[in-house]
Design a protein around this ligand. Structure first.
Ligand code: ADP
Length: 306
């Protein structure tokens, strides 16, 4: 069963505290994490590609090598002379994580500056994934370029999947944030929101309110993630289904719970699973990811796809 998925966004260098004041280097970012987990669980014959922009420096080379080692294609990555990848550092104090970011001049902010490249990449795949973070890092006209291409893909019958992944710190203005996220939803056929974000920033009083709001924006397929409360699915006019979260024996690090859910859910839909089965599998993957450190957990520590 051949097919292809393209995830669009920013992957950053990650610096994490290690023993003796050392820093351990990794690479992560919501849309790349989603591509990583999708790649682990897509059926044979499916490709997963990442679209971003990087520089021409050593760090960019290393990042691309890392992405390719994960089995994710980089043919659609733009190379921008004089720019470098963004970077973030994770601080751990008394079990609490906090983050510092250096990303305001990252190469990825220019990922939508070449509309022809964007169109060719999107046209070449079956499924496109992007997030509210992808939109947040782009200048307003670049975000509009991307949104126009996504609307075109949706009109052409492609599956276009959006996780609003709301990060108010990345937006200069709350009204523009909400308007751009709504524009993202209008360009999508499937929404994968997290209920707590939607309640906080759009005032939704229930998971059902989130579903109705996005249906009102023309989205056919919706899976609302709600942490330990599981996921609620509304696909077309079908029955509304609740899929419980999988048990987690010990929560170690919740980073990437949503991203691992997204990637494994999309991969199992691509494999032909119905939404409820795909969500149940994705919940098991997310539970395993929460039980381990880091955004990208190795395949051996995750459940096997049937
Ligand atoms: P995000 O990380 O995007 O905020 P959620 O917190 O809703 O997303 O988590 C995504 C998925 O991870 C959930 O749908 C659920 O399957 C799983 N999950 C999250 N927190 C827990 C938890 N405490 N116990 C079990 N599963 C969880």
């Amino acid at each position: 069963m051949a097919g292809s998925m393209l995830s669009i966004g920013e992957c950053m260098v990650e610096l994490m505290q290690a023993e003796g004041g050392m820093l351990r280097k990794g690479y992560a970012g919501d849309t790349f994490n989603t591509a990583y987990y999708a790649r682990l669980f897509v059926p044979a014959g499916w490709n997963v590609d990442y679209l971003t922009a990087v520089g021409t420096d050593v760090v960019s080379e290393e990042m691309l090598a890392f992405i390719e080692d994960a089995g994710v294609g980089t043919a659609h990555v733009a190379r921008i002379e004089g720019r470098m990848p963004g970077l973030y550092m994770i601080h751990l104090k008394d079990g609490e994580r906090s983050f510092s970011y250096w990303r305001s001049t990252s190469a990825a902010k220019l990922l939508a500056d070449d509309p022809d490249r964007l169109r060719a990449a999107i046209e070449s795949v079956d499924l496109v994934f992007f997030s509210g973070i992808t939109l947040a890092i782009l200048a307003p006209d670049a975000a509009e370029t991307l949104l126009a291409e996504l609307r075109r893909a949706k009109a052409g019958g492609k599956r276009v999947v959006f996780d609003p992944n709301i990060r108010p710190r990345l937006w200069d203005d709350a009204a523009r944030m909400r308007a751009t996220l709504e524009a993202g939803a209008r360009g999508a056929t499937m929404l994968l929101p997290s209920y707590d974000d939607e309640a906080t920033h759009f005032g939704d009083a229930s998971v059902g309110a989130t579903i109705e709001r996005y249906r009102g924006l023309g989205v056919e397929e919706i899976a609302v993630k709600d942490g330990a409360n599981g996921v609620t699915l509304q696909f077309g006019e079908g029955e509304r289904l609740h899929v419980p979260a999988a048990p987690v024996s010990r929560i170690v690090d919740t980073t990437s719970a949503g991203d691992s859910f997204n990637g494994s859910f999309l991969a199992r839909l691509a494999a032909g699973d119905n939404p409820a089965d795909a969500a149940a599998f994705a919940a098991r993957v997310a539970a395993a990811v929460i039980g381990h450190n880091g955004a990208l957990v190795e395949r051996e520590k995750l459940p096997a796809a049937r």
